[in-house]
Design a protein around this ligand. Sequence first.
Ligand code: ZN
Length: 74
Amino acid sequence: MNHYVWKCSCCDFVYDELIGQHEKGILPGTTWERVPENWRCAVCGTDRSKFAPLPLDEYLLMCFGADMQELVPD
Ligand SMILES: [Zn+2]
């Protein structure tokens, strides 16, 4: 199964449904559809319509780049 995270188009903030957002009272496992309409990006304050789904493996590659290859055991 391909897991997606939701990335803000204005900054690098990412919402992960598996993690939720504790400081906003959004529980782990809250799907994007259930995130409140008035929810805003924690970093730049943009609204949720500006977020786009990003496959988790692409996101990890973005964060760790070439280092990730070294973390994967043979
Ligand atoms: Zn943002």
